[in-house]
Write a protein that binds this ligand. Structure first.
Ligand code: ATP
Ligand code: MG
Length: 739
């Protein structure tokens, strides 16, 4: 860790309580000073709601008015809670609980379960889908993937609205919900699912809240205990509180009124789970003495981004829209949003990756760039494209490295090994620190080679591999360092949240981007069917999708790009249309209610699939894409991974396994030398394609998808040598100063 990173990790803590208030405008200051009684902040995106409540807590604690241990701050996601803890620490306030509803409830449940129920808390079920499928099968129903997803979310809805199976049909009738199945059948699946859980002694995500509510309701002694501990409550993103979370909050607060809520009805994006902005909008009715503060200054985004955000809101309809707040940017002028239409998805992804590379080359840190999409399955083609462009990315966004389960487990294992005296193995002269760490982490799932594919197993491996790299760097910086030294370093880093990974570009869904911000945001895949998503049918569901796009737009500080493609795969029929939500806002689209033009500067590019920005920087003219066919069976390929392999995933592979192994080893060495993730050298799909083709000339190598001219120059000689069966030294490929 360099001195420079130390100073950014430990910025100056405000010297006095009053200095904490210096960073606030008059309205935010009003929030921070209203330390007692109910407070409600209604404000648009980027106006400093989260900042105001964080400063409020810090001021209260620093001024000695609030006891840190009596404060419970609730935010929406784990990453937001981590962010809040970080900000509180920077303001000199420690010991405050900042958690999600779920994690706060789980903690209380674990503590009180033995007393309230007896025995250990049942195991938490990670994914319900499997059990729902089993429940459906017992009801003689076979559901496909989409039906299962719909039935599962319907059960979740029933649970967060505290509707038991027997009451479900009546609840559907009352709320006029569009149930995915006959309500009587669904009620039966729901009830069987609950029974299966009981039989297996597991609880699900919603049970954590339901059981906590149950215990606090029934056991006054326990409720009193909890209320004795927590006396001040702060809730961020309150517009998305579900009825069940609200019930829990009511039980925590009891008959007291030290409750501060902040939210923005225009960012309600979880109605589909039963959340409603009513609690936010009616706060004053329920708390007549409440201090209500509105914030309108947008500190996050440029006037250009804010103009588009306001334009989107001006077209919104419905309850949340009646409470919209027009944003006023406080920032200097910036670039116009860029709108780009592409012929197909791979084009869109490749061009996006190139533009990201250009931004990084122009000095924008990779960690300040995000690609946001509607559904997680859209990420794959972007992962490939970024990897091919040599850009590091992180799929898990801002989730804190040291809070990941596998990292904590690894820490425990390393600490155990250090205590058990493995430090001394250095004395044997046998092993250095990195080998000891590899040995310990291999008991936790680390392997020399990454597991195939993406997903949870791969995520886990990446975390462990980052720890191994950290151990290598640590030893290089401090020769002779012991395991105990490393454990101490890890603890220090965890306290300062200094993750060891290269900060990459964030790939995230729009839902998970809530509350976060980046200098540059790429909103991709904005076609009808994705935005709004095909299953949004009612007006209310469509409005929720519009708000989701609004959330996406308002994540950008400076650069904002919006793009879509006319067909899924190269050569496909151009049957798609751009999202209706940009009509009248993007240049060249039919004005729907002429209020919000997107300004004159943001040109839209058609046909070539290049925005003006890309046009200037793209050095190599690319040939139009052709249809890719499986080289085994001849089927036209549409899946990005299959296109890269140039065959269907199921078609027999003629890969030279030994060659593939050598390529993987070489890649690991290169990645470690270049201090980049492995996939930035080549993705596994590309290595498989190389091992299948076993090219012997540059011409044969360069045509393999994922190679291209740039990587040919950098790695071509090495790869051809490996294919020819030669041994390649570690430092032979040219690092070329690329990032
Ligand atoms: P969202 O609705 O997206 O959650 P928010 O209202 O919570 O947004 P914040 O994230 O608190 O907004 O603030 C947005 C950005 O503006 C942050 O970078 C924050 O530090 C900055 N900011 C907020 N208020 C001020 C201020 N008074 N002075 C300087 N910067 C500010
Ligand atoms: Mg916020």
């Amino acid at each position: 860790m360099t001195a420079a990173t130390h100073s950014t990790l430990f910025p100056q803590v405000p010297e006095t309580p009053d200095a904490v208030l210096d960073g606030l405008d008059p309205e935010q200051r009003e929030v921070a000073l209203a330390l007692h009684g109910p407070v409600c902040v209604l404000a648009g995106a980027g106006t400093g709601k989260t900042r105001a409540i964080t400063h409020r807590i810090a001021y209260g604690v620093r001024a000695g008015i609030l006891q840190p241990a009596t404060i419970l701050a609730v935010t929406f996601t784990n990453r937001a809670a981590g962010e809040m803890r970080g900000r509180l620490r920077q303001l000199g306030a420690t010991g405050v609980q900042a958690r999600t509803f779920h994690s706060a409830a789980l903690r209380q449940l674990q503590y009180f379960w033995p007393k309230a129920v007896g025995g250990e808390l049942p195991r938490l079920l990670e994914r319900k889908v499997q059990l729902v499928a089993e429940a459906a099968a017992r009801c003689d129903l076979r559901l496909d993937r989409n039906e299962l997803r719909d039935v599962t979310s319907e059960i979740e809805w029933a649970k967060v609205t505290q509707t038991v199976p027997a009451d479900y049909p009546a609840a559907v009738a009352k709320t006029q919900r569009d149930a995915p199945r006959d309500p009587a059948v669904l009620s039966q699946i729901y009830s069987t699912y609950e029974q299966l859980k009981r039989d297996r002694s597991v609880i699900d995500f919603e049970d954590v809240l339901l059981l906590t509510v149950g215990i606090l309701q029934d056991r006054h002694d326990i409720a009193d205990h909890v209320r004795g501990q927590y006396q001040h409550f702060v809730v961020d993103e309150y517009q998305d509180v579900s009825p069940l979370q609200q019930r829990l909050l009511d039980l925590w607060v009891g008959d007291r009124d030290n409750l501060c809520v902040v939210g923005d009805a225009s960012q309600t994006i979880y109605s589909f789970t039963g959340a409603t902005p009513d609690h936010l909008l009616n706060f004053r009715t329920r708390h007549p003495g409440a201090t209500v503060v509105k914030l309108v200054r947008d500190y996050r985004s440029t006037p250009q981004v804010v103009h588009l955000a306001n334009g989107l809101l001006s077209q919104a309809r419905g309850k949340a829209a009646d409470h919209r707040l027009e944003l006023v940017s406080q920032r200097d002028k910036g670039p116009e949003p860029v709108y780009t239409e592409y012929p197909d998805e791979p084009h869109e992804a490749e061009s996006t990756a190139r533009r990201i590379r250009d931004l990084i080359a122009a000095g924008v840190p990779a960690g300040e760039i995000a690609v946001l999409y509607r559904v997680n399955s859209q990420s794959e083609v972007y992962e490939q494209a970024l990897a091919d462009a040599g850009v590091a990315y992180q799929l898990r966004g801002a989730e804190r490295f040291f809070e990941r389960a596998e990292v904590r487990e690894a820490g425990t294992a390393l600490r155990g090994a250090a205590r058990a005296g493995r430090n001394d193995s250095l004395l044997d002269g046998a092993e250095g620190l990195p080998s000891q760490v590899r040995a310990v982490l291999s008991t936790k799932g680390w392997t020399t080679r990454p597991p195939a594919g993406s997903g949870a197993v791969r995520d886990r491996w990446e975390s462990l591999a980052a720890l191994v790299r950290l151990a290598e760097d640590f030893e290089a910086a401090k020769p002779g360092a012991t395991l105990t030294d490393l454990v101490r370093e890890l603890d220090e880093r965890a306290a300062a949240q200094h993750a060891p990974t290269v900060q990459g570009v964030t790939l995230a869904s729009l839902h998970s981007a809530k509350g976060l911000e980046w200098d540059a945001v790429f909103l991709v895949g904005l076609t009808e069917g994705m935005m709004p998503i095909a299953y949004a049918k009612t007006d209310e569901q469509v409005e929720e999708e519009r708000r989701l796009l609004y959330v996406g737009v308002t994540r950008a500080r400076l650069h904002l790009s919006l793009s879509w493609s006319l067909s899924r795969s190269p050569g496909g029929r151009a049957s798609r249309r751009p999202t209706r939500f940009l009509n009248g806002l993007r240049p060249g689209s039919a004005a729907l209610g002429a209020r919000g033009g997107a300004g004159g500067g943001g040109g839209i590019d058609r046909g070539s699939g290049r925005s003006a920005a890309t046009e200037r920087t793209a050095a190599v003219e690319r040939k139009p894409r052709q249809t890719v066919r499986c080289r085994v069976c001849g089927r036209t390929l549409t899946d990005a991974g299959e296109m890269k392999l140039m065959r269907c995933e199921e078609c027999p592979s003629d890969m030279d396994e030994a060659l593939y192994g050598r390529l993987l080893d070489w890649r690991a060495a290169q990645a470690s030398r270049l201090r980049q993730p492995d996939y930035c050298v080549f993705t596994e799909k590309t290595l498989m394609a190389i091992a299948e083709a076993a090219p012997s000339t540059e011409g044969e190598l360069v045509v393999i998808a994922g190679v291209g001219n740039r990587k040919l120059t950098r790695f071509g000689a090495d790869v051809l040598a490996i294919c020819a069966g030669e041994t390649v030294g570690e430092g032979s490929a040219d690092g070329g100063g690329e990032s």
